[in-house]
Ligand binder design. Structure first.
Ligand code: GLN
Length: 487
């Protein structure tokens, strides 16, 4: 297969070719690896390329297909963000701390997609420990946006989003703690979904902020998103926050009309500083929903402006606890030039962690310390409850709320690195979904100055079917998803 043909391929498109015998998984995988060879020197989406492993998986997938035993993902090349455990394959979190760490076990989602016959092309770059919005915090290298190589791909799942957008793999899995699937999906012009908290197992995902982290799909269209969600959703006894329900077939939700749905537009989400091109695209997308039969109503989520403050107390607090395990003893980087146990611990953490990770640990330790706990951590938890209740109230009347995904299109590399607060503001429209535990999806919602704009939908918990239905109907009525960057 020519790489030009592979570049725009979806999972459902690949499935048809594979099942009709027009292409083998080995050929598809070779095309993916060729494409990586052609463009990844410029995009830099991969921390590790697993060529041999992928070709071996592809061979087994071809056998399965020949036996008539293929699932939707069998034989289709994909990427995992490098904070998801892969047995025998380095899982670095783009950190010096885990640069040489090879997990002895697979994450539940790794197992699930492998059991379905997925082909792993490699592991995707991220902001160190998933802390960031541009992938510039990777300890290894920066990832570039395939639409404009001088711009960021967003973050922290910048590797997965740019790999999918650049056609280096058919789909990817990312993690989203405050926006890390949806914001890069928006900046790279693809689809990204954060499922309901607890719908997808976190077992084997390196923890950042455990009460906010969720794994989800990054795909070229909404149908692919539903296909991947089918594969990864579901109860896992290894994750105590995993929800024990029978999950539906999400592809059944894909119908191209919105008759009977009431969709809210929360006024607080047209934030100060939003780029005019983003606001215009969002308003146009809302008109499209109306044209599809949805009833559009203005609504209000008044505690939204507090989301950023709440997030930047809770996420660093949880991170400071989660990162305490990197002591240079059990696994990961270990400083050797030390003359005592304490000296070793200090040097390990000093050299193993980058500046943003250290900033988060200091913020979190401060918020949790005696005397400040009530003022910061406890208060943030109380506001978290208010934000969640506010969503519950609007979802009594409304099927979904819609807004932009990010206040801006992809910005220039380096532009926000000296100003952490500017960087943090990138996720102002995505964080509320993590705080409330509700699902959110970003779909391609237009272009501004030649760069993609994401359109976001949120629903009540476990209502991924409505989320996908709206996203699908919107996608069917527009052409944005068919646009691909030229590389
Ligand atoms: N950009 C946000 C942060 O830096 C969100 C990251 C994420 O979702 N992992 O924390």
């Amino acid at each position: 297969m020519e790489t030009s043909e592979f570049n725009g391929l979806t999972i459902h498109g690949a499935r048809e070719l594979l099942d009709r015998g027009e292409v083998s998984s080995v050929e598809l995988t070779q095309a993916a690896l060729d494409r990586v060879g052609q463009v990844d020197g410029r995009v830099k989406a991969f921390v590790t390329v697993t060529g041999e492993f992928a070709l071996a998986q592809a061979k087994r997938a071809d056998e399965r297909i020949a036996e008539g035993n293929a699932g939707p993902l069998t034989g289709v090349p994909m990427q995992l963000k490098d904070n998801m455990s892969t047995k025998g394959i380095a899982t670095t979190c783009s950190s010096r701390m885990l640069e040489n760490y090879v997990p002895p076990y697979d994450a539940t989602i790794t197992r699930k997609v492998f059991d379905e016959g997925a082909v792993l092309v490699g592991k995707g770059n991220l902001d160190e420990f998933a802390m960031g919005s541009s992938t510039e915090n990777s300890a290894f290298f920066q990832t570039h946006n395939p639409w404009d190589l001088e711009r960021v791909p967003g973050g922290s799942s910048g590797g997965p989003a740019s790999a999918v957008a650049a056609g280096e793999c058919v789909y990817a899995l990312g993690s989203d703690t405050g926006g890390s699937i949806r914001q890069p999906a928006s900046l790279c012009g693809i689809v990204g979904m954060k499922p309901t908290y607890g719908l997808v197992s976190r077992y084997g995902l390196v923890a950042f902020a455990s009460s906010l982290d969720q794994i989800g799909p990054l795909t070229k269209d909404v149908e692919d998103c539903a296909i991947v969600l089918n594969a990864i959703a579901g109860h896992d006894p290894n994750d105590s926050t995993s929800i024990n329900i029978d999950t539906p077939d999400y592809t059944k939700a894909l119908v191209p009309d919105l008759n009977g749905l009431r969709i809210g537009v929360p006024k607080e989400y047209f934030v100060d500083g939003m780029e005019p091109g983003v606001e215009q695209a969002t308003r146009k997308a809302i008109d499209v929903l109306q044209g599809l039969g949805a009833d559009i109503v203005e609504t209000s989520l008044p505690h939204t402006p507090y989301s950023l403050a709440v997030y930047y107390i809770l996420a660093p607090s949880e991170a400071s606890a989660n990162l305490a395990r990197y002591d240079g003893v059990k696994y990961g980087y270990s400083a050797q030039d030390a003359d005592s146990m304490w000296d070793a611990l200090e040097k390990t953490r000093q050299h193993g962690f980058g500046p943003e990770v250290k900033r988060r640990m200091m913020l979190g330790t401060y918020a949790l310390s005696a005397g400040y706990y009530d003022a910061y951590y406890k208060k943030a938890q109380q506001v978290r409850t208010l934000i969640r209740q506010e969503f519950e109230t609007v979802f009594q009347e409304l099927d979904a709320v819609v807004m932009a995904t990010s206040p801006s299109v992809a910005f220039k590399l380096g532009e926000k690195m000296d100003d952490p607060v500017q960087m943090y503001l990138n996720d102002i429209l995505t964080m509320p979904a993590n705080i409330a535990g509700i699902p959110g999806i970003s779909v391609q919602g237009g272009m501004s100055d030649g760069l993609p704009v994401g359109f976001q939908i949120m629903t009540k918990p476990l209502n991924e079917e409505t989320l996908l239905r709206i996203a699908y109907a919107y996608e069917q009525a527009t052409d944005w998803h068919a646009m691909r960057p030229e590389l």
